[in-house]
Design a protein around this ligand. Structure first.
Ligand code: C5P
Length: 226
């Protein structure tokens, strides 16, 4: 059964915590990304864990292997259950991230490699002339051979990942039928992502900007279960 993760992208701590209270009990996982982390730091992760959430820390590390390993080590002590790095950081960086995470033992966070951002359509990735989905699939194959736990990919690539690798697939770019796509390009509906075998669905604005975030989350969970 796939898990729903709500992307808590908010400009203030008050707004974020108000949404967290609203979806508490409905959703098990939430995502702390760049905006919230820069605003509030690791204390926010503890706060959300104390409220009962499992926290996905989405900082998408991309740096030299030593720096990424150190950042993974620090994040592993934050209570986050899942971290992201960029698969395009290459083999040495990805392997260093995994080794650093494993130092945390049984309680280590899962390490997922971002393949191609879901906001990229064909022709928009600098230097990449092949279709974005094809490039994302190639990166997933590499992530598998480098021993990552999973990849971040669009729902359009999740089927390939589940059928051809041993990786878990975490999919942003999820939009219920008829919802605004915003800046996302490679979107699928919650039902399509589940059908493709996605392990985690990340949904932000369709839930966080809804009049009732809890009702929007419940509707997506119902669609995922159907
Ligand atoms: O609001 P929306 O549902 O588009 O939010 C998607 C979330 O997933 C954002 O927080 C974004 O940073 C994140 N994300 C993404 N595409 C990726 C990786 C992460 O949209 N490839």
């Amino acid at each position: 059964m796939a898990h729903l993760i709500v992307a808590m992208d908010f400009p203030t701590a008050e707004d974020l915590l108000q949404c967290a209270k609203a979806i508490k009990g409905t959703v098990e996982w939430c995502k702390v990304g760049l905006e919230a982390f820069v605003l509030q730091g690791p204390a926010l992760i503890s706060r959300l864990e104390d409220m009962g959430f499992k926290v996905f820390l989405d900082l998408k590390y991309y740096d030299i292997p030593n720096t990424v390993a150190a950042a993974v080590r620090t994040a592993s002590r934050s209570g986050a259950r899942l971290l992201t790095i960029h698969t395009q950081g290459g083999e040495a960086m990805c392997r260093a991230a995994m080794e650093a995470a494993k130092e945390a033992g049984d309680k280590r966070p899962l390490i997922f490699g971002v393949t191609c951002l879901t906001s990229f359509a064909d022709g928009q990735m600098p230097g990449i002339h092949e279709p974005v989905s094809g490039f994302a699939r190639s990166l997933a194959g590499m992530a598998d051979s480098w021993g990552l736990d999973g990849v971040v990919c669009s729902g359009q690539e999740a089927g390939y990942v589940k059928q051809n690798t041993s990786l878990m697939a975490l999919c942003p770019g999820i939009r219920p039928a008829g919802a605004a796509t915003n800046d996302q390009a490679r979107v699928v509906t919650p039902a399509m992502a589940v059908q493709a075998g996605a392990d985690f669905l990340v949904v932000g604005r369709p839930i966080t900007r809804a009049a009732s975030p809890a009702a929007a989350a419940s509707a997506i969970l119902e669609e995922m279960a159907r």
